[in-house]
Each structure stands twice: as structure tokens, then as C-alpha cells.
Design a protein around this ligand. Sequence first.
Ligand code: PEP
Ligand code: MG
Length: 760
Amino acid sequence: MPTTDPLSTNTARNILTGLRAIMATRGNAQIKLNKVVNTIAKAVSSEVCSIYLRRDGVLELFATRGLNAEAVHVTKLAMGEGLTGYIAKNVETLNLDEAASHPDFQYRPETGEEKFHSFAGVPIIRNQQAIGVLCAQHVEPRRYSEVEIEAFQTAAMVLSELITSAELVDDNLAEETASLDNGANRLSGLQLVKGKASGHAVFHQPRVKIEHTVAEDTEAERHRVYSAFDKMRDQIDQMTSQAEFGVGGEHEEVLETYKMFAYDEGWSRRINEAIDSGLTAEAAIERVQQHTRMRMRQIDDPLLAERMHDLEDLANRLLRIVSGQMGTAAKMGLRQDTILIARNLGPAELLEYDRRRLKGVVLEEGSLTAHVTIIARAMGIPILGQVKNIRQVVREDDHLLLNVDENVVFVRPGPSVEEAFDAQLELSQKKRAAYSELRDKEAITKDGVRIMVNINAGLRDDLALLNLTGADGIGLFRTEFQFLVAATMPGRAGQTRFYRDVLDAAGEKPVIFRTIDIGGDKPLPYFQTSDSREDNPAMGWRAIRIGLERDALMKVQARALIEAAAGRKLNVMFPMVAEPWEFDQAKAVFESQRAYLCGQKKRLPSQIRYGAMLEVPALAECLDLLANRLDFLSIGTNDLTQFLFAADRSNPKLAERFDWMSPAILRFLSRASENAARFEIPLGVCGEMGGRPLDALALLGLGIRNLSITPASVGPIKAMVRSLDLGQAKREIAAILKEAPDEPRLRLEQWANQHNVDLD
Ligand code: PEP
Ligand code: MG
């Protein structure tokens, strides 16, 4: 990392002392700006110093020393026009001994600048956008020293504060840049949750807004930055020592570099020097970062660009620690049309957001069956995953058009893109209207087979969707969602009330309550699920494994469910059952609670049916042993796939590797379906596979008659079922199983198209 000449500190300190004095004096902003240009010009011995500010979408000359005074408030440049416009548009510093040699050079005769050869300019930045430009010019061709450039950058930071507090620039720059900036981007990614949304970018971990740049007490600022460094280094140490990263491999190298940056003495020294010059800790970190950004940009090396990414991450982390702005955007006032930008999210983090304001999510990582994806699907929030560099390309408040149906997000779109997007949106709304017409129609195939189409639910808001979609019932109620949204462990009375509300809302329609499936990628912050960190949490201490060991948790839930279902039917399902004894023990917990409540003369459910999820492959080998004990079985294709392929469902690198239509899955499901029929165990599917029309078609062809899916899929699945001849589909699936074609998905899709099956 670059080191600094102590002179830099002095030059910057001189400028800062001057600026501080100017800011403290009385007088209007224009007078102050006039003084500022004089002070800076003197400090760096430059013949010209000028300030351009953005007003009404253009850069206007606000103050100058050295150019013609008549040009002030007369000379105006568009963003991107001339060297000044170039700096503002690209938020970049220029330092040229011969200004005319730059391709963007232009000169304005009214300023009288033709005699000046050298030119240096730095952007005046607010919220990562240029609100103006500070520049210096000189008759002699000279390149400004690094010391001087750093001093300009420091001055520009302080000016940014002065300018915004004096309200000299347009308040809402975001909209403006969107229309001015023709740097619109079309980024593609992986479809995680279908849908479209138009909105504005909000970072899950917002960038810190620097309110004050000039320090009152330099020692105090130094202390703040010291302890922030300590905290940050602790965090990085913890992160790098986490067992989940394993030993060896590419990631280790990356983490080591990250750690090396965190401990870099050059970096901390430069921040300290910036503090010495009179900046606050926040401003010092940002100033050094701006300078590093500029240096890195001059080096055209992709590897270095990657490293810059790490450095930005670290600087932002340090800023958040020092400013105490540690919360996520969920904790702050969220705008009405939020499209959330994050590297990745956990399910609990997503649930913290107000779903009415959250219109979409774009992730740098993400995978199809991670719980965060499932929750977003349940919430009806489109997610585009695996969008590389989204956090680099997008700025807070940027206008975004998210079209996950086509795997793209448009950043700062132009009018023609918007027009096309609106037309597509209208089309989707028409489709949705057509689906809502299916609400009261049954899912019956063309050859008369009734398919049960249930929804997966877990949140109070989901209950309304039961009637809205016209589903047959709730085939999977994920009770752990209630635990995930709570700040503390939900008590028995609260659980009872909630389950009763669910049953009330469902009325005559059946509900299957799954006992809590915590652990894996659904840790509860207030409940230590394991004494030590697990290397493979998805295969670790989770779901029924926790339930049986910490049986107080299960007892409380059993009692709450039984009491809530007084006088009604209760369906209970256990997750992650691998062997029959686990099912027996879990059922015994419920039965003992039933006996207890019976002894208490409490009203009991009219019937309790016990089922298991088939998501650990081992259970499929034991269906004969469970023949007379199991009231129903539901295949959880999300976990089942992860265990069959030994592929972590939340690992973004594996997101597209395995297909639900591949022979291993189809054969497995086919055998499970045959065995369930042979042992007379009612069978359904409640994983995400069932919510995709083509995959659901395959399931029906394999003998499945009961699906539980995400509510948004009820319309498309009903439409598919009603356009299907099941007899023909079964024959096609049998042929695919037998022939194992290279591309089974393509083959089934072609067949469906030939037979006019509605696939959305
Ligand atoms: C599954 O694993 O397929 C399932 C439905 O359960 P969950 O996604 O909640 O683990
Ligand atoms: Mg599961």
C-alpha cells in the first residue's frame, strides 16, 4: 500500500485550518466559497482554484480565484462535459500537466483559461456521488504532487460538508444521476424467486454517511480509530478461524489477503496522518479510501481490482464500527419501493424487513433451496441471485428494474428499457388475473384425476393466501418461522394462540403442522443449538434431533398444538426423520402430552394424525417398517436433494449443479412412490420442486397426487394440471426413466409443448 510524505499532513493541515476558520466565520455561503478558493490556491501555490457545484443537473462555476470573475454562475457544464464534467461523472481525480492532451478537454472562452496548461481536479463527494468539483490550474505545465492531490481531496471532503449544510446543491441527486448517467447496466443472475419489480436500491448494510469532517479533538478521534481497528481485527480473526472455511484451497488465500489488509500498518498510519491533518475518524478513513481508489484505478490489473473489493469491504466495516452505524437497512426507515442489495442474507435477516415495502432482492450469492429463498418465495418477493459485483455497480437509491423471470436487473435504466419493462409488467398482471380465475376451480387433470394442491406457510400473513389462492389446505406449516421472527423464545400460551388462529383461518381445510426445524441455516439467536460450531450444520444437530434431545421444547410445542386443536383434527409432521425410532419417540412425546391433558379433563383434538418428512434418504429404505405407524409421508425435496447429491443447499457454488429432473432424483422418487403405495402410506411432496410446473408434471407422472407448494405457484400449477392428460404423462415419464436421456428436462419440456400442457 502507498506510504505518505509527512509534508502531506502539513499541507492538508494548513488547508484544513484555513477552512475551519472560514466555516466558523459569519457570512453567506458564496463569501465563504470565495475565501475557500483563495486559501487552497495559496496552500498549493496554484494560479487558479475553482469550485463547480451541481445545480439543476449541471455543473456551475460557483467560485474561482484566477479565472475571469464574470464567468462565475455563467459557466455551466453538463455531467461528462469537459474535464470537470469527466471528474464529476466518473467520480474520479485527474492530474494532468497538459490539460489539452486529455480526450475530454474543452475550454470555455469566457473563463480566460486558455493560458493554463496544467490541470488537477477532484470530485466533491456526497453519498458516493459527485456534488461538485474542486480544481486547480497553472500556466506552467506541471503535474501536481501526490501531497497536493491528497490535500485537495481533504479539502473536497470538508467542502462537501459546507456545501450540503448550506444547501448549495440539489438535494435529490439520485434521480438526476439516473437520467443523466447513460451508464445503464444490464446485469444477469440466477433466477431464485420469479417476479418483477421496479424500485430503488437499498443496501442491506448501508454505507456510512459521514456527517462531520472536521475534528474538534484530534486525540479523541485517534482513540476512536484505534479501538475501531482493534474491533475490526478481532472480527476478521474470528471470521478467518471459522471451521466452516476448512483448510487449504483458494478461499484460504483470499482470507489471508483480507487479514493482511486488516493488519496493514501502512493503511492505519495513513488514516492516522489524515486525523493529524484535522479530519474526524470517519472522514480520515474515507479520505484514505478515496485516495487508494484513485491509485488502484490507474493500475489496470484485474487481480488488483479484486483486492480493491476486499479493501472497500474492510474500509466500510471500519467506518461502520467507528460510527456505530452497525444496523442493517431493516432497522432504518425503509423506502416504499425497496430493492434490497446484499452479498447474501440469512432467513431471519430477511424476515426483519417490512414485506410491504420490500419489492425485490438482488444477491451476489444465493441458491435455489436456501431457506432465505424459500421465505422470499413465501413472501412473494422476487430474488435474483448470483449477480456478480452488484454492490460495486449499484449505488444507494439507484433506480432498478428487476425482472427475475428473465434473469436480469437493469441498473439506472433509460426510457426505452422502462417502456419495455412496463409492457412486460402488464402482461404478468394479466397472467395473474387469469390465475385468480382458477381460484375456485379444482385441480383436475383432463383425464379426471383430482390433484390436491396445498400451500406451504409459516407466517401469520400467509393465512390470507389460503383463500386467496383457493388452495386445498396447508400441506406444510413451518412452525419455526414464528420462532425466527421472535426476539425471544415464544412461550406456550403465545404458541397456542397462534396455532389456534391458523386453524381458525383454515376452517374446514386441513393443516399439517411441522414441528420446529431449527438448526442448519435456521439458527435461533436466542437459543444455543450446539455447544460448539458445527462443520456441517445441515447434517448436524437440527430439527427432530434437537427436538428429541431438548424435549422441553417439543413438549411445549406438543401441548400448544394439542390445546389449539381442541375438538378439531390435528396433523403433526416431524422433520429430518432418518430412522423409525425417531418417529416413534417424537410421537410418544405428543401422546404423553395428550394423556396429560386428558387427565386434566381438557378438551382434546378429535383426531391426531402423525406423519414424517421424507428428506433423509435413509428413511426411504424403512417404509415397510413404518407401514402401520405412519399416517402420512411428505417428501421434502429440498433437503432430500442436498443429501442425495451431498451438495449443500445454501452453497451458491452448487446452486445450478444438480437438476431435480436428473435420473438419480427421478428414480429415487419413483421407488419411494411405489413403496408408499405398496405399504399404503399417503404420500405428498412439499419441497420447492412441486411449485415448478415442469417438475410438478414429472412428480405427477411418478404417481404423486398431493402437492404442497409456495402460494404464488398455485395458479400456474393448477393451470398445468388442468391442461394435462395424466395417463399420457405417466407413459412419458416411464419412458424417460427407462431411457435416461442426456437432457431429461428438455425432453419433458418438448413433450409438454407438443401436448399443449400449460407451463406458465
Ligand atoms: C424440504 O426440505 O424440502 C422442506 C420442505 O423443508 P425445508 O425447506 O423447510 O427444510
Ligand atoms: Mg427440509
